[in-house]
Design a protein around this ligand. Structure first.
Ligand code: C2E
Ligand code: MG
Ligand code: MG
Ligand code: MG
Length: 288
């Protein structure tokens, strides 16, 4: 009996695996069509100075809406795009589209574009970025490229060489999701990043205990001593914003300031604005 049930389990497992593999194949096929059929669009999420609330820039986030209206999260399709190699044409599309849009804005805000490690492994990247800047007329200092440390792990020498070439073009390089990987610190040593983006997991755990607060303080101190500005991701509450301001954090980004939107609008969300308009004192007094 035990044996029979084991066999059933194995069959069930194989069936599930099959299903998962087929589902993935289907998604890759759809992803392949998405670019040709114009199913991608860009969202913009505001970034601001923690001290003054002034808008400093926008992060570009890719959106995929299928013809039937289904929204697929980048957390789901970016890994698939990476495995299938489609990230190269998709990433190029994002870069070109983002630069072209931002070049038309009246206010010359900075834009931050996410790069996949696969794109970095591609030797032509500095040339591609240069070409897109020329084509779109975007001033190089307005472009910031975000990379995660996974990009650095594969081939450190090669990656830092490519990053240096990119910096020579006048663009800046931010380290994304700082603190989540295995070697965040040695990555910082390997290359002079222009910005550290502290991962939003530290923000969401801020209320959970003293550890996250201590880590955030330590990262801010690290940024200070390395002379690298720190941006905190995932700021959702006034309490978090207040804490970050008190600790001398440079920039903030998160739902409190604004959700990612199809159009970059320079209006911060009301709650955050209130904070910067000097009502912080009232807010703290109320809490006491
Ligand atoms: P990321 O680069 O760390 O981007 C920030 C993510 O956090 C975005 O998720 C954003 O919507 C979300 N977020 C922002 N503020 C808050 C907040 O206050 N609370 C919470 N809970 N979340 C917040 P999104 O748009 O789903 O993107 C997920 C990831 O997909 C990005 O993480 C990035 O790694 C990747 N991605 C997005 N667009 C691109 C792209 O064009 N190219 C590449 N290579 N990756 C991309
Ligand atoms: Mg990012
Ligand atoms: Mg991030
Ligand atoms: Mg992230």
């Amino acid at each position: 009996r035990a044996k029979a049930s084991l066999t059933t389990d194995v069959c069930f497992y194989e069936e599930e695996m099959d299903k998962a593999v087929r589902e993935r194949r289907r998604l890759v096929q759809q992803l392949r069509e998405a670019l040709d059929q114009d199913q991608f669009s860009l969202n913009w999420q505001v970034q601001a100075s923690a001290e003054t609330g002034e808008v400093t820039g926008y992060e570009v986030l890719l959106r995929w809406i299928q013809p039937d209206g289904t929204f697929v999260s980048p957390a789901e399709f970016i890994p698939l795009a990476e495995e299938s190699g489609l990230i190269l044409p998709i990433g190029e599309w994002v870069l070109r589209k983002a630069c072209a849009e931002a070049a038309l804005w009246e206010a010359p805000y900075k834009i931050a574009v996410n790069l996949s490690p696969i794109q970095l492994g591609h030797v032509d990247l500095p040339r591609l970025v240069h070409q897109i800047l020329m084509e779109t007329g975007l001033a190089p200092h307005r472009l910031e490229l975000e990379i995660t440390e996974t990009a650095m792990i594969a081939d450190l020498d090669r990656t830092t060489h490519i990053l240096r070439q990119l910096k020579l073009l006048g663009v800046s390089i931010a380290m994304d999701d700082f603190g989540t990987g295995y070697s965040s610190l040695s990555t910082l040593r390997a290359f002079p990043f222009d910005k550290i983006k502290l991962d939003r997991s530290f923000m969401s755990e801020l209320d959970g205990g003293p550890q996250s607060a201590a880590i955030i303080r330590a990262v801010l101190a690290l940024g200070e001593s390395l002379d690298i500005p720190v941006l905190a991701e995932g700021v959702e509450t006034l309490e978090q914003l207040s804490f970050l301001r008190d600790q001398g954090c440079d920039e903030v980004q998160g739902y409190l300031l604004g959700r990612p939107k199809p159009v970059a609008d320079s209006q911060l969300q009301d709650e955050a604005l209130t904070m910067w308009n000097g009502e912080k004192i009232v807010f703290i007094a109320e809490a006491a």
